[in-house]
Design a protein around this ligand. Structure first.
Ligand SMILES: [Fe+2]
Ligand SMILES: [Fe+2]
Length: 140
């Protein structure tokens, strides 16, 4: 059974942000359901996941910087904490501690929901307001 289900409870109302979050949910579920990897190399799926999370963080941070978002520093420091955690996930693979990956994905799921509900929704509301006022201002 999948770990997370995409639904309105996770939507921010910002189409591009929701598209990226939906993709993250898919990748979290795929990793959670993937068979225990053999060997010490990160799987292609893990690499895709880490890559997508980083690109998503950078997308949000670039918008916050460009648009002088007031909660930029707090939002970025929350991303940075998760970046450290993601490094830990890579290490779990390299050290062969694959048994803990399922637990780690559960904590990722909890973090992801609270991050969306608390910080990303605030950013989405800010972006939507700006886009309504200045349609050409915010790139995707
Ligand atoms: Fe975020
Ligand atoms: Fe996000």
């Amino acid at each position: 059974m999948a770990l997370m289900a995409w639904g309105t409870y996770l939507e921010t109302g910002h189409p591009e942000m929701d598209r990226q979050h939906q993709r993250l949910v898919e990748l979290i579920n795929q990793l959670y359901l993937a068979p225990t990897p053999q060997g010490d190399q990160p799987t292609e799926l893990l690499v895709d996941f880490l890559d997508f999370v980083e690109r998503h963080f950078q997308w949000e941070e670039a918008l916050m910087e460009q648009l002088h978002y007031q909660d930029l520093e707090q939002h970025r420091s929350n991303h940075n904490l998760k970046r450290l955690d993601l490094t830990r996930l890579g290490r779990l693979y390299r050290t062969g501690a694959n048994g803990s990956i399922g637990d780690w994905m559960v904590s990722m799921h909890d973090w992801f929901i609270s991050q969306i509900l608390q910080e990303d929704r605030g950013l989405a509301a800010f972006l939507l307001k700006l886009e309504a006022e200045h349609p050409s201002l915010t790139p995707n």
